[in-house]
Ligand binder design. Structure first.
Ligand SMILES: [Ca+2]
Length: 365
C-alpha cells in the first residue's frame, strides 16, 4: 500500500495486509466497547452532506478545482460511513517489541511465494520491459506487489469514496488524528480529481479500508502522479491490469531514487566487541538515506560480503527481533527507495526477501 507523508510513519503497525484476521476480531470487540460513545457510534445514520466539515470541503473543491456544486452534493449524498475502516485504523495495542523475524514470516511464506512464481511467469514480458525501461529488477516489482496484495488477492473491496470520506471526516481519536484527517482529506480531493481527469465513475473505484487502490495499493495522489498505462490500452487500471500495476510500481520507484544496477543491502557486523553506543545511535539515526562510505563506517561496522561495492553510499539500519539480537544491515539508495513506498525497514526488507525467494523458487522449478 502506498502511504506517504502523515500516514506513512505509522504504517508499519497498521498495514492492512497483515494480521487482517486478528484485527477484524478485535474490531468487533472494539465496536461493542464504543457503543456508548456517540462520536464513535455513527453507522448508517451518517449523512455526510449535513456535516459542516464536508460542506467546507465541497466549497473548497468548487473554488479551487471548479467542481460543480451539484455534482459534489450528489457524491457526498451517496458517500457512506465505513465503521470497519475506523476500527482497522486504530493503532495496534502497544507493548509487544518489534520482531523482524515474525513480520517476515507473514510475508515470505509458501502461499505468497507460489503465487509470486505464477505472477512472474504470466507477466514475463511486462516485467522485462519495466526492468529495461526503469531499471527496477523484476524481483523487486514481484516482491512489492506480493507484500501489498498477494498478487491481487487482497486489494480491498470498499468504495474508495466511502473509505476516504470516513477517514477524512470521522477519523478515530488518536494522538495524530489532526494530521491523519488532513492527509485523508487531501487524498479524497485527489480521488475526485483523478476520477474527473480520467473520466472514471467515482462509485466504481474499489480500495482498501485506507483508500489504497489496486494490485500496487496506490493512494489517489500517487495514482495521479505515478500510475501509468503500461499495457497501452488507453486507460490506467491498477486493479484489473497486472501490466499497468507492474509499470506503475517501477515508475514509482524510479521517480523515488531507484538506481539501476545498485544492490539493496548487506548484513553488517560490529568491528569491535564493544561498539561505541553514541556512534551507533548517531549512525542509525540518519533518516531514510544512504550517506556513508564503507570506509567512513569501518570503525563501527563492516560487512563480510566482499561483493559490496566500495564506491556507493550506505545507511546503517536495524531490524529488531523481539528478545533475540537485533540485525544490522548496510542499506543502499535502492533499499531506501522502497521505504518511500512505505516508511518501514521491515517493509522494504520483506519486499526484497520475498522477491529473492520467488526468483530462487522459479529457477529451481
Ligand atoms: Ca492500461
Amino acid at each position: 500500500m502506498l502511504f506517504k507523508t502523515a500516514y506513512a510513519a505509522t504504517k508499519q503497525s497498521n498495514n492492512s495486509n497483515q494480521s487482517t484476521k486478528s484485527k477484524k476480531t478485535s474490531a468487533k470487540k472494539n465496536a461493542k466497547k464504543t457503543l456508548g460513545n456517540p462520536a464513535l457510534n455513527r453507522t448508517d445514520n451518517v449523512h455526510y452532506l449535513e456535516w459542516q466539515e464536508v460542506q467546507s470541503f465541497i466549497k473548497e473543491m468548487q473554488s479551487e478545482h471548479q467542481f460543480p456544486a451539484q455534482q459534489l452534493t450528489q457524491i457526498f449524498d451517496n458517500a457512506r460511513y465505513v465503521e470497519s475502516a475506523i476500527q482497522l485504523m486504530k493503532p495496534a495495542p502497544a507493548g509487544k517489541p518489534k520482531n523482524w523475524k515474525a513480520y517476515r514470516a507473514r510475508f515470505v511464506e509458501n502461499g505468497r511465494i507460489n503465487s509470486g512464481v505464477l505472477f512472474w511467469n504470466r507477466n514475463l514480458e511486462s516485467l522485462n520491459r519495466a526492468e529495461n525501461l526503469f531499471g527496477v529488477p523484476a524481483e523487486i516489482i514481484v516482491g512489492l506487489i506480493g507484500v501489498e496484495t498477494i498478487y491481487g488477492k487482497n486489494m480491498g473491496g470498499f468504495r474508495a469514496l466511502d473509505a476516504l470520506c470516513t477517514l477524512a471526516f470521522s477519523y478515530p481519536d488518536t494522538p495524530n488524528r489532526v494530521a491523519r484527517m488532513a492527509f485523508f482529506r487531501s487524498e479524497l480531493a485527489q480521488l475526485l480529481l483523478w476520477s474527473r481527469d480520467t473520466g472514471t465513475d467515482i462509485y466504481t473505484v474499489k480500495a482498501s479500508y485506507a483508500g489504497a487502490v489496486g494490485l500496487s495499493q496506490f493512494m489517489p495522489s500517487s495514482l495521479r502522479q505515478f500510475a501509468i498505462d503500461f499495457d497501452q490500452d488507453g486507460k490506467i487500471d491498477l486493479r484489473e491490469s497486472e501490466t499497468d500495476a507492474i509499470g506503475s510500481v517501477a515508475n514509482y520507484l524510479a521517480k523515488h531514487g531507484w538506481k539501476k544496477g545498485v544492490p539493496y543491502a548487506y548484513p553488517a557486523t560490529f568491528t569491535s566487541a564493544e561498539p561505541n553506543v553514541t556512534q551507533l545511535e548517531t549512525t542509525l539515526g540518519r533518516g531514510l538515506q544512504a550517506t556513508f562510505s564503507l570506509s567512513e563506517l569501518k570503525d563501527l561496522v563492516s560487512t563480510s560480503d566482499e561483493s559490496a561495492p566500495k564506491q556507493i553510499r550506505y545507511g546503517l539500519i536495524d531490524l529488531q527481533n523481539g528478545e533475540d539480537p537485533t540485525e544490522y544491515w548496510l542499506a543502499t539508495d535502492n533499499f531506501f527507495a522502497i521505504t518511500k513506498y512505505n516508511r518501514s525497514y521491515f517493509y522494504a526488507m520483506s519486499v526484497i526477501d520475498l522477491g529473492r525467494v520467488v526468483a530462487q523458487t522459479r529457477r529451481i522449478e
